[in-house]
Design a binder for this molecule. Structure first.
Ligand code: ADP
Length: 372
């Protein structure tokens, strides 16, 4: 019986594509270790995110391809992950590989909830995650994470450490710094300064993903952020009704105008599954966000059901329970959304130029035609 060679196995692995990145695993540098010992093959595949939606499919494809090489008797496959950032690391924030901004056309659609689910979901999968609450006037992240009684502490003359929330997510929010009962009355330039401090004077350390909860609408904050940091991409949260969608589309177009890639649209409160009869009720209609995504040629990241447990977990500051104590349909929908988003981040990094902060470009004013 012929003994397979390393080259033969590598050649076989070169026929396996990462469906999301649409390239083979060998050219993508995802094959990390390959040992061929007689008929025994051991291979390590390094995914571009631990929240890879296609992990099992890729593993099956690798197994099939390797087993097809004559002489192979057994295959051991280790799946690992290392999150990749843009090709050119951002000089502004060198330790942060990806920045995901979560926005919405208006308040109340579940933007902060989605930001929390994203951060906690990615961290649960094994990624290093930060969550920056840029909703300066209405910071709800500390409460949603159950850390509103904590305070960031000074770690240097001008640096503070973020507070650690569920699943080890590092968090900074105005709500952790000021008395939540006191209104914040600040103007544009002050907001810009606070955001700068949140980015530059917080000891974020190494992060695979920094999730930013933007304020609703199209105000100063997205502009300020797009000017000062390279945003990997934005997620737009909306609900299925037409009215809400129109606002979402407006926000999405503004991000595009600012040169921010769109990672996709997610439909929150998409449907309701009756806990008694398990029938799916589409309270606000159905399919609007998916249609809008298609028309705008941006990815649709899925739908998150309206679920009493999501609301309760938001009020109680226990987001992890959404992942391990809700009904299976909700759990699956949330996990699928997080994984689809992580896949879009990997795809964006592999296919588009590195993101840039508008302020570092020398091609004119902020909205000077940088849209795609
Ligand atoms: P936004 O940030 O857009 O203003 P929030 O995330 O604060 O919205 O959500 C508003 C309210 O709706 C919160 O009480 C939250 O718990 C609840 N909520 C959000 N999404 C869902 C959902 N899918 N199911 C049930 N309640 C939700």
């Amino acid at each position: 019986m012929a003994v397979p060679t390393q080259e033969q196995v590598l050649e076989a692995l070169g026929t396996v594509n990462d469906p999301e990145l649409n390239k083979d695993l060998v050219s993508l540098g995802m094959i990390k270790e390959l040992r061929v010992d007689g008929g025994q093959v051991s291979v390590t595949v390094e995914l571009t995110t631990p929240a890879c939606p296609l992990k099992n499919l890729i593993k099956e494809d690798v197994e099939k391809a390797v087993r097809a090489v004559p002489g192979v008797e057994d295959v051991q496959i280790q799946m690992t992950a290392r999150v990749r950032g843009a090709k050119a690391p951002a000089v502004e924030l060198p330790g942060i590989k990806n920045i995901i901004a979560i926005g919405a056309g208006k308040g109340g659609v579940g933007k902060s909830t989605v930001a929390v689910l994203t951060a906690v979901g990615l961290a649960r999968a094994g990624a290093k995650v930060g969550l920056l609450d840029a909703d300066i006037y209405g910071p709800s992240i500390p409460k949603m994470l159950g850390i509103e009684d904590q305070q960031p502490f000074l770690v240097g003359e001008n640096t503070i450490a973020p507070v650690e929330g569920p699943a080890g997510v590092k968090v900074i929010s105005m709500g952790l710094l000021v008395d939540p009962g006191r209104p914040i009355i600040w103007r544009g330039p002050m907001i810009h300064n606070v955001l700068q401090q949140f980015l530059q004077q917080v000891e974020w350390g190494e992060l695979d993903y920094l999730v930013i909860d933007l304020p609703p609408g199209t105000g100063d904050v997205p502009l300020s952020l797009a000017q000062s940091i390279p945003i990997t991409g934005a997620v737009v949260v909306c609900t299925p009704q037409d009215v809400a969608l129109a606002d979402a589309v407006r926000a999405l177009k503004m991000y595009q105008k600012l040169g921010v890639s769109i990672l996709g649209i997610v439909e929150n409160m998409s449907y309701f599954v009756c806990p008694n009869c398990t029938t799916r009720h589409e309270i606000f209609g159905h399919g609007g966000a998916e249609r809008a995504a298609k028309e705008l040629a941006v990815p649709f990241l899925g739908g998150i059901p309206i679920n009493i447990h999501i609301r309760v977990a938001g009020d109680a500051g226990t987001p992890l329970t959404i992942y391990d104590q809700t009904d299976e349909a909700t759990r699956l929908a949330v996990t699928e959304f997080v994984e689809t988003l992580a896949g879009q981040v990997s795809r964006r990094n592999a296919t588009e130029p590195a993101p840039q902060a508008l302020g570092t470009q020398d091609d004119g004013p902020a909205c000077g035609g940088h849209g795609h």
